[in-house]
Design a protein around this ligand. Sequence first.
Ligand code: FE2
Ligand code: FE2
Length: 180
Amino acid sequence: MMPIGPLMIEHRLIERMVKVIRGELQKISEENEANESFIDTALDFFRTYADRCHHGKEEDILFRDLDKKPLSPEHKKTMQELIEEHVYARKTVGRLVDAKEKYAQRDSNALEDIIAIISELIEFYPKHIEKEDKHFFIPVMNYFSKQEKDDMLQEFWEFDKKLIHEKYKAVVEKLEGTKN
Ligand SMILES: [Fe+2]
Ligand SMILES: [Fe+2]
């Protein structure tokens, strides 16, 4: 398997989640009420899976290694855009955290914010994924030798292995009050 294999598999799960969220958004708009536990689940998905696990492998491994290669101006430009899009996604998810907190405190504008931010996120992800899947991942694999690709795939597995421990260590630390 090429290292972009697991990234593309992760894209499929993100797309499925986007579809679920789109359905929930419809419900929120119709009922004029947000399901806070659904939003918490979506936030955890975006932060832990889409950002830490998925964007993490893209940025910390794939883009890091591509940065050492003589990229064409077009690939360089696309990689820069993808990095900026990750920053945008992180900020937007952060805005959803704030809106959800305001909603929990019965802020009257919070529901509108939640709807707007979720709409942005579900519009953003499919486009970002399409750019990577159709215009970036496959051509950039040509910059790497077979050995480099095998090593990258191995590093991806190692990265994933550490995540579950990182995640639950953070959960315990938060509950202990040693970290917020
Ligand atoms: Fe990405
Ligand atoms: Fe991606």
